[in-house]
Design a protein around this ligand. Sequence first.
Ligand code: AG3
Length: 285
Amino acid sequence: MVQGDRYFETLHNAYGQQFSIDKVLFESRTEHQHLIIFDNAKFGRVMALDGMIQTTEKDEFIYHEMLTHVPILAHGNAKRVLIIGGGDGGILREVTRHQSIEHVTMVEIDASVVEMCKTYLPNHSNGAFDDPRVNLVINDGRDFVINCQDKFDVVISDSTDPIGPGEALFTSAFYQGCANCLTEGGILVTQNGVCFMQLDEVTTTDSRLSPYFADRSFYRAAVPTYIGGDMTFAWASDNAAVRQHSIEVIRQRFAAANIETRWYTPELHVGSFALPRYVLDALGQ
Ligand code: AG3
């Protein structure tokens, strides 16, 4: 919410963050949600949807690298990737950096987010929308996976919080659809909130995933503008071994991928699956 020359995030009731606004570049109610893009002296360009900070130029690399390289390198032989959401193109940029990926389908509900981010956050996609391997579909992600006949090795859900359009991407029907469009040994990862602030999202997702995936887990990374602690990513697969690779295996795969990162390292990859006691307790583990 804009108040004078400041932007107040309205995600949590009892606690929140605010940004100074140097300049509003775009603000509008799209067909699906309220979209604003503004400049901030500390975080660079900031994009928010429905009062919730989605991404900033300064810290986006942490989230996008972790939600992309962890599943792709854990899989080891991924050729086809499905991205749900991710309209700013940050995940698409990281996925297309893998030369071994042959095809990417990205399903985003809001065409305006894609268009405005191409214009005002061009470094997020960095040209990835023009990559010949990419098929962009403007559609509801849940409908897409439920009706999808194609198969993918990795599915990445880069959604908003489960309020508004993002809610569909936290339902049992969505997780079932994802399971059906994964190849054998495939991996689903999802944005799953900040565990300290949204612990119920962790337990709800775990129980909703359980009918469809034999192995479920979570991994974490601290992203400054997702306030309140560590951003938590859900992990689901039928093969527990893919999240238990030794550091040597991940190091080898990362070296072979020949990708430069700013956050991701094989050490962080392996360590990010270690969960705090209170999260394990909530999960009954
Ligand atoms: N989508 C995830 C934003 C999550 C913010 N939620 C929160 N702080 N609990 C980001 C889109 C980046 N491509």
